[in-house]
Design a protein around this ligand. Structure first.
Ligand SMILES: N[C@@H](CCC(=O)N[C@@H](CS)C(=O)NCC(=O)O)C(=O)O
Length: 229
């Protein structure tokens, strides 16, 4: 039995982290026996991040390495005819660009932040929560400044994510999944990011943009339903 170490459920999602949702979907699609173990402290994990899985061989961290492990055990996340070049680019777009927009939407918005703080860090007792989490938030925002997106206001950020959303919607115009009639590897991270964008606790520009787009929101709902979580 594989144990997925994951952030807790929240905002209507099986995990507050889209990478944990992606890992859950990969486990489901692989058809392996798995269970979840919720944690809000990734510090002891190999990369100090979640998700990670505990297997008979030890801990495997990072959703990509989880994917590779499951493939080594026989899982097939790519259809025979799938365009893997396009698929790879979509995975990078979701994980290295869209994800950071979600991060900014949650951690960088002064109205959203108090809800994030009290949801993500509900295990920290009330009086300590504000001082501890404000230094965590500062570190996250410093990382976002270095990454680059933290330097843009919301309007500029929306202009930057729009082409990603248009690219996804264009691919989905005549087919239910990104690369055709069946689910392929890029569907897991892309749909997980769209679901996370729609699951923000307040109606931000990003949340409304994705939720109000029937192609994008139906696709995320289709993946969620297909995965059965
Ligand atoms: N490349 C990793 C990314 C995982 C990731 O960014 N996890 C975030 C939550 S969404 C995390 O654990 N962050 C904790 C931290 O940075 O301290 C994967 O694919 O699993």
């Amino acid at each position: 039995m594989i144990t997925l170490i994951t952030y807790q459920a929240g905002f209507g999602q099986p995990s507050l982290s889209p990478f944990c949702v992606k890992a859950m979907w990969l486990l489901q699609a692989a058809g392996v026996d798995w269970q979840r173990e919720d944690s809000n402290d990734p510090r002891k994990m190999p990369y100090a991040k979640l998700p990670a899985i505990r297997t008979a061989q030890g801990i495997i961290a990072d959703s990509h390495d989880i994917q590779t492990h499951l493939e080594e055990q026989g899982a097939q996340f790519w259809g025979v005819a799938a365009d893997r070049v396009l698929g790879h680019a979509l995975i990078r777009m979701a994980e290295e660009h869209m994800y950071f927009h979600i991060l900014m939407d949650r951690w960088g918005d002064d109205d959203v932040w108090p809800i994030i703080r009290d949801t993500y860090f509900d295990a920290i007792p009330g009086l300590l929560r504000k001082p501890i989490t404000s230094s965590i938030r500062k570190a996250v925002m410093k990382g976002m400044h270095t990454q680059g997106l933290g330097r843009f206001d919301r309007i500029a950020r929306m202009e930057r994510i729009e082409p990603d959303l248009m690219a996804i919607a264009t691919l989905l115009r005549d087919q239910p999944y990104l690369l055709g009639d069946t689910i392929n590897l890029p569907d897991y991270p892309v749909a997980a990011m769209l679901s996370a964008a729609m699951a923000g606790p307040l109606p931000t520009a990003l949340r409304e943009r994705v939720s109000d787009d029937p192609v994008l929101s139906d696709y995320a709902a289709r993946m969620t339903q297909e995965m059965g979580l």
